[in-house]
Design a binder for this molecule. Sequence first.
Ligand code: IPD
Length: 287
Amino acid sequence: MLPSIRDELVAIANVAGRMMLAADPSVDTADTKNNSSDRVTETDKAIEAMVQTRLATKYPLISFLGEETYKNGDKLADAPTFICDPIDGTLNFIHGVPNFAISLALCVEKKSVVGVVYNPARGDLFTAVKNQGAYLTKIDGTTSRLPLRSVPPPMNSLNDCLIAVEWGNQRMGPNWELRTEVAMKMMTSKAAGGAMTHSMRSNGSAALDFCYTAAGVVDGFWEAGVWVWDVAGGWIILEESGGIVASANPGDWNPTLEGRLYFPVRAAKLEQQEAVVQELWALMGDR
Ligand code: IPD
């Protein structure tokens, strides 16, 4: 059952990818949600409508939660639910930066069990099914199991890590203060009280940051203030690659709508991942 759902999500992602590549976002009536950096295009909406229609036709009993049709107060329930971010990285899509992806997931009891993240501009397709591993299929048709590097570099502290960070669209308030403070500490020299990571990277798509962590391209991804559709697809891909997701949402490590602070990491050993997570919590202080 789950592999056939993955195959259907891949087929849908391919249609969505063609819609993204055919669109000219500069002529879309790019709409603004909360502020000038919170954008949605006609393509986001058209893709979500296509995804919802196809899924409802094939799986009428499975619920649906999508970024563009979400209404304040909607909750992720325990019942099987498809989760859709039609274009994660909408700002990249609008500006022509080739880091954007459709992210699709099936969640059961609020946990991702199937994930598909597809970046049509690069031709990267990331997939995972619970207990069946995570994979990257490239534009040349080659498929590799994740992580891509079987012997990752030693990772004993944040000091050994390349960390992806994103800035989101809330540019004031608690999440923004936390993001900027922690990011600054991640860059600051140890001698000056920071963690001095190798460096930070902002790819502009939380879904792809989860996948890059799963691939071992970066060692972790930090962001305060993401939504379930940003992370649900990448979550199972990361877990199936051997990574963990730490959430500061007390006692709840599931991608619920309230789980707004995530730190997925991947390393050779679980204790290394946990050590790095503890270090991050220390950087956050009592926030
Ligand atoms: C956003 C991107 C961005 C991240 C935001 C997300 P969207 O998704 O993943 O990198 O910083 O938190 O909401 O709006 O492009 O689907």
